[in-house]
Design a protein around this ligand. Structure first.
Ligand code: GLC
Ligand code: CA
Length: 537
């Protein structure tokens, strides 16, 4: 008998924290974050108030793309610990009522994976057809990290496809054996007790070699259903990293499609059509408009939306909006309220909870990311050093991958490690770190705690209908309502201005300027000020 379709609405009660394990906390002093390190910091997660964790890849890997190049899907990277450490961590999370989802890298393996080591030996090797080969490149696709997406292999006199690094050959999902292998990997982790997966570049697994884009191939939905619409698996949480537009999202996440719980949709955070390294000023009005569009769209189509501003692939959004230094707390909390009080499933990226910002380094050796280094190499002959370093500091993924600043103590690597950190700590860590923030009167962490407590206590925030009430530019005003509760959220952007309030008689339940507590319905809003009101008719 087919398992009962699970009620997706329950996932609205989950609040995620994303951990990039290499940079979270180092428990054994080798300079690299690890699973024991995550286990040691569970009090922090619990104090923050999250109840789910997304762990970026921790599988065996030669780390050409920091774990997104997997060489063994059933074991843990040496630097991060062992499978026993993983089990301990999973149990410790579950004891605290925190769910755990793992990154599932299905589009490609590492070139050091056993399958590829075999596949590249000869055309008649049993694993050859696990990957995508051609005598001549089938198209002019470019790798996301620069250069052609096709790499020559001498032993077989063929090219193989790598949508990302040369060390990340794309799997051939047309091959039923590959699909079976990937199902078995899903089952392996589900049996070990994982609560779901974040599926890396999932929209890439089916390809149309004639098309100019590498994703959303013709068999995508069939493959996804084969993976996840199965007994024993159907109940788990599955979020896909996909670039789909509205109709694509309906197909991937529609109620009866048997595919995904939800996806990461990037339209609100990716405003520039240019290379990510070309600096631009982030526009909060556009940001709001895109969020409003998706709130309406997901409500109409009964889809679950995902609420996030940051992850390990993006510089911190807080830095892109460029608040004056003195208003970092106000801007960080305004962004948090504007996003995490919408309808959807929150994902908070490590560091966001104390208002982490981007760094500035003059030397390319202070960067690790393959994408950053490839960009540097490709541009260094034609771009002057200063411009190039500005671009790199603006767009590099390392901005969000630097070691967590737990304390203000520089001599102790800001509490991340007793050894030498694998990557230089953030340049602003002396002022921007968890310890300093928690002691401050204006604490981003405390605001996030309040925000998550409100989500927990308020059905309207978790499940209520969204309604946009914005009347003037440079503000975002909305309500969330159920039959017996209404929440009003008023966010002001960078300049002081008057905002007419949608409610005159309600309880102020959250704000980021102390003065508002004495005068809750004052229409004069300070820069980045927010106020949240609650009404129970
Ligand atoms: C995803 C990951 C990114 C990685 C890429 C290739 O976009 O989030 O970090 O480099 O896929 O696996
Ligand atoms: Ca370590």
């Amino acid at each position: 008998m087919k398992e009962q379709k699970t009620n997706k609405e329950r996932f609205l009660d989950w609040t995620f924290y994303q951990i990039y394990p290499r940079s979270f906390y180092d428990a054994n002093g080798d300079g690299i974050g690890d699973l024991r390190g995550v286990e040691k910091k569970l009090d922090h997660l619990q104090a923050l108030g999250v109840n789910a964790v997304w762990l970026s890849p921790c599988y065996k890997s030669p780390n050409c793309d920091n774990g997104y190049d997997v060489s063994d899907y059933r074991d843990i990277m040496d630097e991060f610990g062992t499978l026993d450490d993983w089990t301990r961590l999973k149990n410790a999370l579950h004891e605290r009522g925190i769910k755990l989802i793992m990154d599932f890298v299905a589009n490609h393996t590492s070139s050091e994976h056993f399958w590829f080591q075999e596949a590249k030996k000869s055309r008649d090797n049993p694993y050859h057809d696990y990957y995508i080969w051609a005598e001549k490149p089938l198209n002019n696709w470019r790798s996301t990290f620069g250069g052609s997406a096709w790499e020559y292999n001498e032993a077989t006199n063929e090219y193989y496809l790598h949508s990302f690094a040369v060390g990340q050959p794309d799997l051939n999902w047309e091959n039923p054996k590959v699909r079976k292998e990937m199902q078995e990997i899903v089952d392996f982790w589900v049996e070990l007790g994982v609560d779901g997966f974040r599926c890396d570049v999932l929209d890439h697994i089916s390809k149309d070699f004639q098309a100019d884009k590498r994703y959303d191939g013709p068999r995508l939905h069939e493959y996804i259903r084969e993976l996840f619409d199965r007994d024993g698996v159907r109940h788990i949480f599955v979020i896909g990293e996909c670039q789909s537009d509205e109709s694509g999202v309906c197909e991937l996440c529609g109620k009866d499609r048997g595919e995904l719980t939800t996806i990461f949709q990037f339209e609100h955070v990716r405003q520039s059509a240019q290379s990510k390294f070309i600096p631009f000023r982030f526009d909060l009005n556009r940001f709001r408009d895109v969020l409003v569009k998706w709130q309406a769209f997901t409500a109409k189509n009964e889809l679950l939306y995902t609420l996030f501003t940051d992850n390990h692939d993006q510089p911190f959004l807080l830095s892109l909006i460029q608040p004056p230094k003195a208003l970092r707390y106000e801007a960080a909390t305004m962004l948090g309220a504007a996003v995490y009080l919408l309808k959807g499933i929150p994902f908070i990226y490590q560091g966001q909870e104390f208002g982490a910002v981007n760094s500035y380094f003059d030397d390319i050796d202070d960067f690790n990311d393959i994408e950053t280094h490839n960009y540097y190499r490709a541009r260094k002959a034609t771009t002057d050093k200063k411009t190039l370093m500005e671009e790199i500091n603006f767009g590099s993924r390392d901005n969000s991958r630097r070691p967590m600043a737990w304390t203000a103590n520089k001599a102790e690597n800001f509490g991340f490690t007793t050894g030498k950190p694998w990557l230089a700590p953030p340049t602003q860590a002396k002022n921007v770190n968890l310890e300093t923030d928690r002691r401050a009167e204006r604490s981003v962490f405390r605001f996030y705690q309040d925000l998550l407590r409100l989500r927990k206590e308020s059905v309207a925030i978790r499940r209520g209908a969204f309604c946009d009430l914005t009347e003037i530019q440079n503000s975002f005003v909305f309500s969330r309502a159920t039959d017996n509760e209404r929440i009003f959220v008023v966010c002001n952007f960078e300049k002081a201005q008057n905002i007419s309030l949608p409610v005159k008689n309600a309880r102020l339940i959250l704000c980021n300027y102390a003065a508002r507590k004495n005068d809750p319905f004052n229409e004069a809003f300070a820069p980045y000020e927010i106020a949240v009101y609650q009404n129970r008719p």
